[in-house]
Design a protein around this ligand. Structure first.
Ligand SMILES: C[C@H](C(=O)O)[C@@](O)(CC(=O)O)C(=O)O
Length: 467
């Protein structure tokens, strides 16, 4: 019988036999887990749209021993749990991100991991935190390593394909599937159609980009559970001539892997300390610095917009593809994928753009000065920025801003190569903990928050704590 495609085999081999030995990787995973939970609470607090999506499909459904949806009273089945947790973590685009030929949010996988772990823990298998962190590190790694070299976006496919693949593999492991069943489950993830990323791009950018990860997590758990019961795998799911993933959806290209699986992704994941599409965070920082220069020159904050004739942004290719956007912005997801919007708001506020600033009811969403400033912005790709962005040793996500003033004077360019939240910025991990405390404070008292942090530092913490 034919062997499974190597990409499928390698994933399962890593999930079932890969050893993560370095404690600092687990330490970063704890921080990443807390960050994702804080993002879920932030979403519950700020987004009625996402709140409306969570909970049982049929209201009133009772699932004995079901998955508790963080921050709510909902108890749902493991599929809906994966959807709900994935959507809550991801909805406002504030969870960690990773770049490469493809982009994505590794913590999207936590929807599947936490749902399965919580469900199992309430049956007869107690899942300790260490196991969850291991699954998390591995899901990050599979997604990120495959992102490095495979541009699914170039074929219109959304990057949640990798959430589905990675989450299927770790869900299978958590569920105790045999390796051969896990191979089958992962093969099914590859033949699973795959959503179009049109929901992230103009003119269709919209809320689906917030729940697409939840959808992928749900499907991953479903595929793992189906395989556990009875499903046989598809050995050449990727490579089968004409009908496999490569020929059918990837223009005949091979799916590649440039590095062995280890823990590289957890070690270098970008934490979003500023709510902004990842390729624009350094532009927000540069805009704040440029605004500061204007204020130092005596321009009052309320006159900033009038004092500027033109704004020139140099950026990397991915930012041009994803967030260089003119024209009307129709919803929060449309705004948080607009480089011009985030820079204009940062200049007008005199501080970084925040999650609430993108929402429909934010005053910025309808402020005519934002649109006026957006029109003054030109965005161009800088080939050097693009090269450094793709270089796995550098991994910068640079932006540079030059202001031309109303009187024609051109100010010195402000360049930010490594955005706050980048692993090369020393303040990153403290910043994430600050963000976590702030996000959690909308629902929990400080003692409770501190006890959650403590629990996240104890490998034996059971995921299910009986109140
Ligand atoms: C990874 C991205 C981010 O930093 O938010 C991304 O914007 C990429 C994309 O549009 O594909 C996202 O929404 O997931």
């Amino acid at each position: 019988m034919a062997e499974y495609d190597p990409i499928i085999r390698d994933i399962v081999e890593y999930v079932y036999h890969g050893q993560i030995t370095e404690e600092h990787v687990y330490q970063r995973a704890r921080v990443a887990l807390l960050d994702a939970l804080g993002c879920a609470i932030e979403t519950l607090h700020l987004s009625p749209d996402c709140r409306a999506l969570v909970g049982p499909v049929v209201s009133g459904t009772v699932v004995p021993g079901g998955v508790r949806v963080t921050g709510t009273d909902h108890v749902v089945d493991p599929l809906k749990g994966a959807f709900d947790l994935g959507a809550l973590i991801r909805y406002l685009d504030h969870n960690d991100a990773y770049a490469g030929a493809e982009w994505g949010h590794p913590s999207d996988n936590l929807g599947a991991i936490l749902s399965v772990a919580d469900w199992l823990s309430q049956q007869d298998t107690k899942i300790p935190l260490r196991t969850i962190l291991t699954a998390q590190i591995k899901a990050y790694e599979i997604q990120g390593i495959l992102q490095q070299t495979n541009a699914f976006n170039a074929h219109g496919l959304d990057h949640v394909i990798l959430v589905k693949v990675a989450s299927t593999a770790v869900a299978a492991w958590l569920l105790g599937l045999s390796e051969s069943a896990a191979l089958a489950a992962v093969s099914h993830a590859w033949v699973d159609g795959h959503p179009l990323r049109t929901y992230r791009q103009a003119p269709n950018a919209g809320p689906r980009k917030g729940w697409a990860a939840g959808d992928a997590c749900m499907r991953a758990v479903h595929l793992a559970l189906l395989t556990q019961r009875a499903t046989v795998g598809i050995r050449t799911a990727i490579s089968a001539p004409r009908w496999g993933f490569s020929d059918a959806l990837y223009a005949g290209q091979e799916v590649t892997r440039a590095f062995p699986y280890g823990s590289r992704v957890m070690e270098t994941v970008l934490f979003k300390l500023i709510t902004a599409e990842g390729h624009g965070i350094s532009a927000v920082e540069a805009a704040v610095q440029a605004g500061e220069v204007l204020r130092q020159r005596g321009v009052a904050q309320e006159n900033i917009a009038d004092s500027i004739r033109a704004i020139r942004i140099r950026t990397q290719q991915s930012a041009v593809t994803i967030i260089d956007k003119t024209g009307p912005l129709r919803n929060a997801a449309d705004r948080d994928h607009s480089l011009q919007y985030m820079v204009a708001v940062a200049l007008l506020k005199g501080s970084v753009v925040e999650t609430a600033d993108y929402l429909d009811d934010s005053p910025w969403a309808t402020d005519a000065r934002v649109d006026a400033l957006r029109e003054k912005i030109t965005v161009t790709e800088d080939l050097g920025f693009t090269a450094d962005y793709y270089d796995p040793q550098i991994r910068s996500v640079a932006n540079a801003i030059t202001l031309e003033l109303a009187d024609g004077e051109v100010l010195e360019e402000v360049v930010v190569e490594f955005p706050v939240g980048h692993h090369k910025r020393p303040e990153t991990l403290d910043g994430v903990m600050h963000k976590f405390r702030r996000n959690m404070s909308v629902m929990f008292g400080s003692e409770e928050v501190e006890s959650i942090i403590q629990a996240a530092h104890n490998d034996e913490t059971p995921i299910y704590i009986q109140e």
